[in-house]
Design a protein around this ligand. Sequence first.
Ligand code: ARG
Length: 293
Amino acid sequence: MSTPETATATTSVAEPVEARVAHHRRYLMCKPTHFTVDYKINPWMEPTTPTDTAKAVAQWQKLHDLYLELGHEVELIEPLPGYPDMVYTANGGFTIDGRAYVPEFFYEQRQGESPAFADWFRANGFDTVMPKEINEGEGDFLLAGDVILAGTGFRSVGDSHREVREVFDREVVTLTLVDPRFYHLDTALTVLDPVVEEGQTAGIAYLPNAFDEASQQILQERFPDAILVADEDGAVFGLNSASDGRNVIISPRATGFEKQLRERGYNPIMVDLSELLLGGGGIKCCTLELRGA
Ligand code: ARG
């Protein structure tokens, strides 16, 4: 039985944060064997800046090995020579319940990746749907609970939002990106809870300034408890992270976001992909979720 004194004592200490549960994940990754920056399709890419492929591979390997240590499964797709951006497998498709929606890249430089991803999905038992509309896979489509959050403004076009709705028969919420540094949705928003109970809202974090006002409004209404990330953490690709519901893999530069995650009971783990950032990609870009099949 608690006396008034003990009640006072308990309320004076910080509330214990609920225990977060890690959910087993299956990911598709691609070793950056052919990584370089020899064209520019986003503001991060500078073809005159030298890249170090061995360093890119070593950094990528750490992320890969960490996923295995956390108990996740990692599938690999063979890197194609001449496609230095193939390491960013998040753009290789979008999967739910064993169905894969294949990307149609906006820039010609990446268009040759699509058939390779389509072949991989077919060979691995996915019901593989070829797109008609320009879309860049999980770069722009993120599953939050039952809802597909869909980015547009730089890469995936609005018509792909209709197409993705038809393919998966799920509600699709369009969000418009306005800052060219954050050209894919996964550079501006991260889903922290990959699995939620029915009727529950997934935890998310986002960079408000990356979105137009109407989209900020939608995010506020739908995700009132979201973590709002500061511009300085966004600018170092802090939101380009992968979460299993408990462990959140983030850039070591996103120190403010790290703190916010701890306060909410998540376990941030820092992985440095500085070399891959030269291509405009980070942790999430190198990680495609495989759901079902
Ligand atoms: N250089 C690549 C591009 O511009 C980077 C892709 C990053 N991928 C991502 N999911 N945000 O297409």
